[in-house]
Design a protein around this ligand. Structure first.
Ligand code: 48F
Length: 260
């Protein structure tokens, strides 16, 4: 065995994956629970999907549970999703169940990748590609480049739809708001900003907030609540899964109506 074979194997495999992902059906920004769920469902429906994640590991806010107590809470109505993913849950009361945050995110990554989702970690999305007032791709760079503030130009990826699953900061929606004028699909055309903690209301509103926010751009997860000025909810994750699932359903409906 030669060390150079290890190098060659890694570079060739990554390059093949990357080249295959330059033209996507759906580019998802953020590998938190909502983005991964959205990717899993879209890949299950047969689409070519990649998830771009800024950090070293996938999972977003999930592995940390609540204040680093690494359990998560989910509602009864998402037990069907936990069962589909093969995740163990324990009943807490008539409405709530608990699960390991690590098991949950591991299962989500595993199932998504087995369906064909590619996950690019350490990759930051710093801009979008816009043509005729429609988002048709993302602009990416190594996170290390962004963090080091190096002057290195990015690369772009073409996608039929982009999903902002960036969590509390709703980063992609904010970029689109800034660069295309105040034309988001919100009452004021802007990112309203998330409100303070109110778990019940936040979970109730998240599905309504999950939608196409600009032509070609969907928003899901906590980013959807941030965009529409709904509250945050803390370490309860049912809404995140349902929101990712809903974004996937909406995109599927759109793509079914569009010729390839
Ligand atoms: O924050 P995150 O987990 O978003 P989510 O799927 O779930 C929210 C919950 O974790 C939690 C909550 C509980 O219900 O409120 O906060 O809505 O995952 C978002 C991921 O997006 C990545 C970020 O590192 C995180 O892993 N991300 C954010 N901006 C970018 C990005 C970017 N510009 N490029 C690439 N990744």
């Amino acid at each position: 065995m030669e060390e150079i074979d290890i190098s060659r194997a890694i570079v060739e495999d990554f390059t093949r994956n990357f080249l295959e992902s330059l033209e996507l059906d759906i580019a998802i920004v953020g590998a938190g629970p909502s983005g991964l769920m959205c990717g899993y469902k879209l890949a299950q429906a047969g689409y070519k999907v990649a998830v771009f994640e800024r950090h070293l590991r996938a999972g977003g806010g999930m592995p940390g549970g609540g204040m680093m107590f690494n359990s998560i809470v989910i509602q009864k109505q998402v037990i069907r999703i936990m069962e589909e993913l093969g995740i163990s849950t324990r009943k807490y009361n008539d409405e709530l169940f608990v699960a390991s945050s690590i098991e949950t995110i591991s299962a989500l990554c595993y199932k998504a990748m087995k369906k064909g989702v590619k996950i690019f970690n350490l990759t930051s999305v710093e801009d979008v590609v816009v043509r005729e007032e429609r988002i048709c791709g993302i602009v990416i760079n190594w996170s290390s480049v962004v963090w080091s503030k190096l002057h290195v130009d990015p690369l772009s990826v073409k996608a039929r739809f982009v999903v902002d699953a960036t969590g509390h900061d709703a980063e992609i929606c904010r970029i689109v708001e800034r660069k295309t004028g105040k034309n988001l699909n919100t009452p004021q055309g802007i990112v309203c900003g998330e409100k303070s903690m109110w778990a019940d209301k936040a979970e109730a509103e998240i599905l309504d907030n999950t939608k196409e926010i600009y032509p070609g751009l969907f928003v899901c997860g906590m980013a959807a609540n941030a965009v529409f000025g709904s509250p945050r909810m803390g370490a309860i994750f049912g809404g995140m899964f349902l929101s990712g699932e809903k974004a996937a359903q909406l995109i599927d409906e759109k793509l079914k109506g569009v010729k390839k």
